[in-house]
Design a protein around this ligand. Structure first.
Ligand SMILES: *Cc1c(COP(=O)(O)O)cnc(C)c1O
Length: 403
């Protein structure tokens, strides 16, 4: 089994003598440029929660990205990059009066919405602003569907934008989110069908929008499923479906239509990795008589691997590429039983010779890592981070792990 590790990341991981998360800024910049090449007319508004790290945000802002912010604090962090405030929108449909007033004071003029109550609050505390209405999606096909908490039906979004117009706001757009780590093209097709129907219904009410926000959901490529098999989302086909969908919507709308996207995971996941260490490899007989190996790591659900119940990560054990492997359940260091690969996970191959203190690299851990770390659960501190940039090594090194 071979594991490709980006050369910049592997150099930084090798150099780290203590636990940390490493971000490869050059990798993130390349990923951004690649997305721009695939979808040249789409304005990128990075979903900050996926990686609220100043250096990462600054390198995206310097390349022309803006931000999807979800609170006044995120807006302030975005502004620290020097990005013009016009490139920041308030993408959270959940906000208090005070949040809206503060965002308005900071200069934000575009807000997501999905209810008449929220529209009334925006009219009161951010008068004259632009709003975009969030349409619900099923979330089917995604590892994390975002269906229940956000978005309304077609008829409801028409009503909400109609009320927005009546209270002096500009009904400016529509948005969707197909669900995070969306694996299917079908979800995108359905989202475009629903957007098309809604644009037509809005035009019939005399509401003509200027943009559509396609949300997040673009996948990372480096994850494993619960069986340890590499997830292979059909990314090229997805881009083709998205390009066709945009074309289709442009023919339906009565005015020119801009497109916005809010990728989070896709831009950062594969360009961050964790340097953790082995606590211990153990074996225990369960009450049912089965012998189970456990690999306890210094990093787990509360300090870097929040998504470990859904995802498998590629693990690298430097210095242990050959020799006998055993199958072990991977778990983090805390006393919480959720701090482990879930029950549906296959045990993963681990070199039998690993000992307490040996380094472990956890790959494709760049998204939703820093933002989900707890402040000292069981006394385990959040991981510090390091950013690296520029290739001074061969583009890729292949590392082979014996089995
Ligand atoms: C979380 C979120 C995103 C980013 O989702 P990814 O699946 O990480 O791309 C984009 N838009 C909104 C409104 C979100 O809440």
């Amino acid at each position: 089994m071979s594991t490709d590790v980006d050369a910049r990341l592997s150099a930084a991981l090798t150099a780290a003598s203590s636990d940390r998360i490493v971000f490869d800024l050059t990798g993130i910049e390349d990923q951004y440029e690649q997305l721009r090449r695939e979808l040249p007319d789409v304005l990128v508004r990075f979903a900050m929660k996926a990686c609220p790290v100043d250096e990462v945000l600054t390198c995206l802002a310097d390349r022309g990205a803006g931000f999807d912010a979800a609170s006044p604090n995120e807006i302030r962090q975005a502004l620290r990059t020097g990005v013009p405030v016009e490139r920041i929108h308030y993408g959270n449909t959940v906000k208090s009066d005070a949040n809206i007033a503060e965002a308005h004071r900071l200069g934000v003029r575009t807000f997501a919405t999905d209810s008449v109550q929220d529209v009334a609050a925006i009219a009161a505390h951010a008068p004259g602003s632009r709003v975009f209405g969030r349409l619900a999606t099923s979330g089917d096909g995604a590892l994390w569907g975002l269906s229940r908490k956000f978005g309304c039906s077609r008829d409801d979004v028409v009503r909400v934008l109609d009320v927005a117009r009546a209270v002096g706001l500009t009904p400016a757009g529509l948005s969707v989110h197909v669900g995070s780590q969306q694996m299917t093209c079908e979800a995108w097709r359905q989202a475009f069908d629903s957007l098309g129907d809604t644009l037509v219904a809005l035009c019939e009410q005399g509401i003509v929008l200027d943009h559509v926000n396609l949300g997040g959901g673009l996948p990372a490529l480096g994850y494993l499923d619960r069986h340890g098999t590499r997830l292979e989302p059909p990314l090229d086909k997805m881009f083709a479906v998205i390009r066709d969908g945009m074309e289709q919507l442009r023919t339906v709308n009565r005015a020119p239509l801009d497109f916005v996207m809010e990728p989070g995971r896709h831009l950062v996941a594969d360009h961050g990795a964790i340097r953790a260490h082995v606590y211990r490899l153990t074996s225990r007989w369960q009450p049912d008589g089965e012998r189970v190996h456990w690999l306890y790591l210094s990093s787990g659900k509360f300090n870097g691997l929040y998504e470990m119940d859904q995802l498998g990560y590629r693990l690298v054990f430097p210095g242990h590429f050959d020799g006998k492997h055993v199958s072990a359940v991977v778990a983090g260091p805390t006393c919480d039983s959720d701090d482990a690969y879930g029950s549906g996970h296959q045990p993963v191959p681990v070199p039998e010779a690993v000992t307490s203190g040996d380094p472990v690299w956890i790959l494709s851990a760049g998204a939703y890592a820093t933002s989900y770390m707890t402040q000292g659960f069981n006394g385990f501190s959040p991981l510090p981070y390091t950013c690296v940039r520029h290739a001074t090594f061969p583009a890729r090194t292949a590392m082979t792990r014996g089995n």
